[in-house]
Design a protein around this ligand. Structure first.
Ligand SMILES: Nc1nc2c(ncn2[C@@H]2O[C@H](COP(=O)(O)OP(=O)(O)OP(=O)(O)O)[C@@H](O)[C@H]2O)c(=O)[nH]1
Ligand SMILES: [Mg+2]
Length: 463
């Protein structure tokens, strides 16, 4: 099948300093040179050297009209993003202008690229693996410093190298098992089986465990932490939300039951993305709308990475406070926040302090903006702990990779747990083959069309 030549506008819509039209494929140079007239030449000049920048004009071949003054860069296969011939036209930027140049390029025989198709070609040609393709999308979509660093760490292929090393070990163990299947135990091959199992136990399992644990403990560096503000009506949840995000996001009134829906807002706290969620005050209510809001609040608390359990320090404790205490008592990551500390104490703080002595407590006044910095520190401390984010490795699997790692781990666990009896080696072999397959899906060595489609559908056109 002949590879098509694809083209797209690679810069974002709107006007700006420069706009780039990217062309990739066997016809890239021919298409560009049909439209490009090099400065100082009449014919256009047909010789283009790789990795050079050429100055000239884009000319409409039908009318000979000059469309724009541009810089043309040529990157010959295989030394380009896609490993194909790539030409980039750097023009002035403006929606109409870029569309016009793109139209000329398409008229010369290029096809409009699908979302992520340039990166897909980089993957298909073997220049990058799937984890690196995912890193490209993550880099583009990163909303916090930490997400950016995680993406950059994955872009250089370290994940692929670690997965490759695991594959090598599993393949070694597998070849030992094959040997035993072929020759039976007549040559004392039981030792070989044992050696293979030890390799899995001591080499492969710890590395798998480590990667899965990094996902569980550090995934917030990629996707952010979900922090949910909970508490009975009127304790000041929405006021606190507004203080933490720095503007009036949620409605605040003295009427209990003001917030009825889930309100969320993202902000970056010392480089980590926080998704802060304000909820409806939890109480018994006959209002059908409020009741739905309260159900949603309960669900949000269950799904939270961290709960800010808010209490009104100026009041005595009541039934509704106790329900919240119950929800956070059972090991859920939570910080107890006593609000309205500008008012005389009403007794709630003491009682709650006794009920959940293991939880960190912070006193604030959301209204007068007191204790907010301390609360922010406590939030970070609760998720990050004392670890130095800058110095530790940023190699953190994403959800897709973590699922495949878990499946690999399970297969090897089953292989290790088998009872030595007839067909024992066959079972081990089956499990190891499955493990290799799941591991191969991470880097794309084993092609899973579903995964590939899902990954590239997150890209924009032109990348
Ligand atoms: N004195 C004092 N009043 C506060 C403080 N924080 C909030 N309030 C007041 O308490 C009332 C309720 O505040 P909200 O932020 O709407 O409370 P809420 O928890 O979101 O209430 P619901 O949405 O009804 O559940 C408002 O009148 C706020 O001005 C505080 O720190 N000190
Ligand atoms: Mg509210």
């Amino acid at each position: 099948m002949r590879t098509s030549t694809i083209a797209a506008i690679a810069t974002p819509p709107g006007s700006g300093g420069i706009g780039i039209i990217k062309i990739s494929g066997p016809q890239a140079v021919a298409i560009a040179s049909a439209l490009f007239r090099r400065a100082g030449t009449v014919e256009g000049g047909r010789e283009y050297r790789s990795h050079r920048l050429y100055h000239g004009n884009i000319v409409d071949p039908r009318s000979s009209e000059t469309v724009d003054e541009v810089l043309l860069s040529v990157m010959r296969a295989p030394h380009s993003y896609t490993c194909e011939d790539v030409v980039e036209i750097n023009s002035h930027s403006g929606g109409l202008l870029l569309q016009r140049i793109l139209k000329l390029v398409l008229e010369q025989g290029a096809r409009l690229a699908e979302p992520g198709e340039f990166t897909l070609r980089a993957f298909t040609s073997g220049r990058i693996d799937l984890t690196q393709a995912e890193a490209v999308a993550d880099l583009i979509n990163a909303r916090s410093e930490s997400a950016l660093k995680v993406a950059a760490a994955q872009l250089d292929g370290e994940m692929g190298r670690q997965i490759g090393a695991l594959r090598d070990s599993i393949e070694r163990a597998l070849s030992m098992m094959y040997a035993c299947m072929d020759f039976g135990d007549e040559h004392g091959l039981d030792d070989t089986i044992q050696e293979g199992l030890v390799l899995l136990q001591e080499n492969v399992m710890p590395a798998l465990e480590k990667l899965v644990r990094r996902y569980e403990e550090r995934r917030y560096l990629r996707s952010g932490i979900r922090v949910v503000i909970a508490g009975r009506p009127n304790v000041g949840k929405s006021t606190l939300m507004n203080r933490l995000v720095g503007h009036d996001r949620a409605i605040v009134t003295p009427v209990p039951g003001t917030t009825r829906d889930i309100i969320d807002h993202q902000f970056v706290l010392k480089g980590v993305c926080v998704i802060l969620v304000d909820t409806a005050g939890i109480r018994q209510s006959n209002d059908p709308v409020e009741r739905i809001g309260i159900q949603r609040a309960r669900k949000a608390i269950r799904d939270a990475d961290l709960v800010l359990a808010l209490f009104d320090a100026s009041l005595p404790i009541n039934e509704e406070d106790l329900e919240l205490v119950e929800m956070v008592r059972a090991g859920r990551p939570a910080i107890v926040v006593f609000n309205k500390s500008d008012l005389p104490p009403g007794g709630a703080a003491e009682k709650i302090g006794k009920a959940v002595p293991h939880l960190r407590r912070v006193a604030v006044s959301a209204l007068y903006e007191r204790g907010i910095e301390e609360l922010k520190d406590a939030i970070l401390q609760a998720v990050v702990g004392d670890r130095d984010l800058d110095s530790e490795s940023k190699l953190i699997p994403n959800q897709r990779q973590a699922e495949a790692l878990r499946a690999t781990r399970q297969a090897i666990q089953r292989a290790l747990a088998g009872v030595p009896e007839t067909r024992w080696v066959e079972t081990i072999v089956q499990e190891l083959e499955l493990a290799l397959e799941r591991l191969g899906e991470i880097t794309g060595k084993v092609r899973s069309e579903d995964a590939i489609e899902r990954i590239f559908s997150h890209f924009c056109i032109g990348k």
